[in-house]
Design a protein around this ligand. Structure first.
Ligand code: ATP
Ligand code: MG
Length: 247
């Protein structure tokens, strides 16, 4: 993948942005640029129902800007995760308040995971509905593929590594990812990198145990189905969640 050989001129960049973003987002993107959080837009990596993920360059290497689509966001779902989170009890209930809190939550959750030394994108900055983070991929700008797109060479080792990271996240970070799946685990150098932390919740969330069990079930189910691994998901849940979710 060729990276831009020169910096995009502001006007060129604005033209590109006008095709993909609303005015408020364009304003925020230029604010980030003025702060030198990034230098130049490169391309769109992913467009989902609720977000757009952009690849950008910066003085310190490639970065990603994840932009939540305020209008298309599922506020009810966001609120459902936010209201049980003691860090976000005081937020307003307007659409924008909820999406901004969601973004801030993703940033702070990434910070917890990154500080534990887990393989997650380093969080760089957040503003309103935008989160800036490290790019997980190669130096040419090719993103690390999602787990579901890859045939692993050593699935046992990969699975163990992933479970060790989840164990650390839960036991030391006091966080449950709450959307762990083959879509949110990327593969780089045969190792798992976890993304998409907005819905991750503290252990004190009233539904943390339910989210934790669903995470482990999703991943064990995937490795059983596609790699025929002999995994006892209940044992894994007990091992990771002992003293937290189980006696
Ligand atoms: N830091 C990153 N480095 C490389 N690729 C990334 C990064 N963050 C996200 N991606 C890519 O973009 C995809 C979507 O990102 P993410 O899972 O955070 O958003 P999402 O809210 O799930 O989007 P969707 O609306 O599609 O569900 C990821 O599965 C991954 O392929
Ligand atoms: Mg995702």
């Amino acid at each position: 993948m060729a990276l831009p050989k020169r910096r995009l001129k502001t006007q060129e960049e604005r033209k590109i942005y006008e095709k993909i973003f609303d005015n408020l987002t364009i304003q925020d993107l230029f604010k980030l640029k003025a702060k030198r959080i990034y230098e130049s837009y490169i391309r769109l990596i992913n467009e989902g129902k609720e977000s757009k993920v952009l690849l950008v360059s910066s003085d310190e290497g490639l970065r990603v800007i994840k932009i939540y689509k305020v209008e298309a966001s599922n506020f009810k779902r966001m609120w459902y995760y936010l209201e049980g989170d003691e860090r976000f009890r005081r937020i307003g209930k307007g659409k924008r308040d909820v999406v901004y809190a969601w973004c801030k939550k993703e940033y702070h959750n990434l910070e917890i995971a990154y500080n534990l030394g887990l393989n997650v994108p380093k969080p760089i900055y957040f503003i309103r509905n935008l989160v800036v983070m490290e790019f997980i991929g190669d130096a040419e700008g090719k993103e690390a593929p999602q787990l579901r797109r890859v045939r692993l060479e050593n699935p046992e080792e990969f699975f163990k590594n992933l479970m060790n990271q989840i164990k650390k996240l839960v036991r030391e970070g006091k966080l449950v990812h709450a959307d762990l799946s083959e879509f949110n685990v990327l593969v780089k150098d045969n190792k798992p990198y976890i993304v998409d932390f907005a819905q991750a919740t503290l252990l004190s969330h009233p539904r943390a145990k339910e989210f934790f069990e669903r995470d482990i079930n999703n991943i064990t189910h995937y490795f059983k189905k596609y790699y025929d691994l002999d995994i006892d998901s209940d044992m894994i849940k007990k091992e990771i969640g002992r003293g937290i979710f189980y006696v």
